[in-house]
Design a protein around this ligand. Structure first.
Ligand code: SF4
Length: 511
């Protein structure tokens, strides 16, 4: 009888499935997370510590994370996937070196946002799993946090209970992180004493960490929801932040180009080497940056559902009731954001109206084209252009990102229709800094010229001189406080609006 041919051993693909994280492991297991700014992450840490979790944000992204990510995941991945995977990889490598694989597998879990969708955001966890395989850490546990459910319950062993207190703590941290970040960026370029904004900022973020840490327990369901929506706990703390911010002296006569950052979610939010530190670089180039709030993204997430319901694509049995409930939820969300803004003297920017964003983008990009930031890239640029809130748009587009490539393509049409819209699409690969910044600088030079021309025209129009304004400031020191509200008087630049405000609201033009 012929001997049977020896068959090759086939190793079939098996999807990554994390080992359970049990309730009794909670006290000794650290939850790792990341992806936002250090401010958002510190406040989230307070919210998680409040719920008795051990929690630690990953170190801020750096250039080495790009290399580590490239080594372990597929070559076509977009740059945010590579950076964030590399960040986890480098952290785990160091821990394995210091403590060994077994301890790392038992001591940590990684929590990340997940989604389904046309872009790689729906597959981040696959990249993380691939990297874990490459590191020989298949037993390491990573869990997905769905973005659209506040109460996902205790999953996979009960160690991680994604309930209302956890979700609301995270969302409220995001809102507070956004508002304080907005204050930071509108203040730092004008600070009289270099470094003061940073000092006050750090103090305020620590204060907010304590606030989240000591959040009272109001139950797991509707009691905690009602308390978060109605309590003055957060607004009181934000008023304290405003008082601390009062101490920062600013000079609003400095002429700066105002640059609105848009782009892919991670890249535009990030502060560090992942986007060439572009926000700080812009500030060093005489600009004021408008940083994008994460809250706009959360607001956007509510909208596709509303629109599906309006277009009767919904599978809901009661679409009208659900539609009304979602509209109410949206009003509550914006109302909460505005309540927090009010505690900060209304200084942070308002959330844009999603309906307006949708109609601005409509002629160029359909709102049902999901993936990445969808129609918002075009809409935000046009919103800023029509409302004159910035001199230029700096769009951060990740290398190898399909949705962003579509938006940048459509922006060619937008710029054709609005040739005076200053738009700098910056492709970020992580390792081409000089190229990206020099490209940005070309548009920035024009933006600076516009800021200067606008300022000079306002000085002409009002007949004011710098000396006259300085004299007024000496008599009214409150106008040099960082918390002094400079209303928008139809100009993009802060200095121009400030002069118009002093001239016509404070009567300096008549004096
Ligand atoms: S939007 Fe682009 S860069 Fe962001 S996760 Fe999706 S594919 Fe990657």
């Amino acid at each position: 009888m012929a001997q049977a041919a020896q068959l090759p051993i086939i190793s079939h693909y098996t999807a990554y499935k994390p080992r359970p994280f049990t309730r009794d492991q909670r006290a000794d297991t650290t939850i790792l997370y990341g992806g936002l700014t250090w401010k958002h992450e510190r406040m989230m840490q307070g919210a998680l510590h409040n719920l008795k979790y051990k929690a630690e944000p990953l170190p801020n992204i750096n250039r080495e994370d790009l290399d580590a990510g490239k080594e372990l995941i597929d070559v076509g991945a977009c740059c945010p996937t590579i950076f964030t995977t590399g960040s986890l990889v480098n952290f785990l490598k160091k821990e394995v070196k210091d403590h060994g694989k077994d301890e790392v597998n038992s001591k940590y879990v990684f929590l990340t946002a997940g989604a389904c969708g046309p872009c790689r955001f729906g597959q981040y966890h696959e990249s993380y799993a691939m990297a874990l395989d490459g590191l020989g850490l298949r037993d390491f546990r990573l869990f997905l946090l769905a973005q659209d459910e506040l109460d996902q319950g205790p999953g996979n062993g009960g160690g991680l209970d994604i309930n209302m207190p956890m979700s609301l703590g995270n969302i409220w941290s995001i809102l507070c992180g956004d508002l304080i970040t907005d204050l930071e960026y509108m203040t730092r370029p004008y600070e009289v004493n270099p470094g003061q904004t940073e000092l006050v900022l750090r103090e305020c973020v620590e204060q907010m960490y304590d606030l989240f840490l000591h959040r009272p327990d109001k139950g797991k369901k509707y009691g905690t929801l009602a308390w978060h929506l109605m309590s003055s706990y957060f607004t009181r703390a934000l008023r304290d932040v405003r008082k601390k911010w009062d101490d920062i002296e600013v000079d609003h006569l400095r002429v700066k180009a105002k640059v609105k950052i848009t782009g892919e979610f991670w890249l535009q939010t990030h502060e560090g080497e992942g986007n060439y530190n572009i926000k700080r670089w812009l500030e060093s180039e005489e600009s004021e940056v408008i940083a994008p709030p994460v809250a706009v993204w959360l607001h956007y997430l509510m909208h596709p559902t509303i629109r599906k319901l309006e277009h009767r694509h919904s599978k809901s049995k009661h679409p009208k009731v659900e539609n009304l409930a979602l509209h109410a939820l949206e009003r509550i969300y914006r109302g909460t954001y505005n309540r927090f803004r009010k505690a900060l003297a209304n200084l942070p920017h308002e959330l844009p109206d999603q309906e307006e964003l949708k109609s601005l983008a409509e002629p160029f990009y359909h709102f049902e084209l999901r993936g990445g930031e969808g129609h918002m890239l075009i809409a935000k640029a046009l919103h800023s252009y029509h409302h004159k809130t910035a001199h230029m748009i700096c769009e951060l587009s990740p290398y190898s990102c399909m949705p962003n490539t579509m938006s940048v393509g459509s922006m060619a049409n937008v710029v054709g229709k609005y040739p005076d819209l200053l738009y700098a699409p910056i492709e970020v690969k992580g390792d081409a800094e000089v190229h990206a910044l020099s490209r940005c600088q070309m548009i920035l030079t024009e933006a600076k010229k516009r800021a200067q021309a606008e300022f000079e025209s306002v000085m002409d129009k009002t007949g004011l001189s710098v000396e006259r304004i300085r004299k007024y400031e000496a008599q009214h020191p409150e106008v040099r406080k960082a918390t002094y509200y400079v209303p928008h008087r139809g100009y993009a630049g802060t200095a121009a609006n400030y002069v118009m405000h002093l001239a016509y609201d404070k009567g300096l033009a008549r004096a």
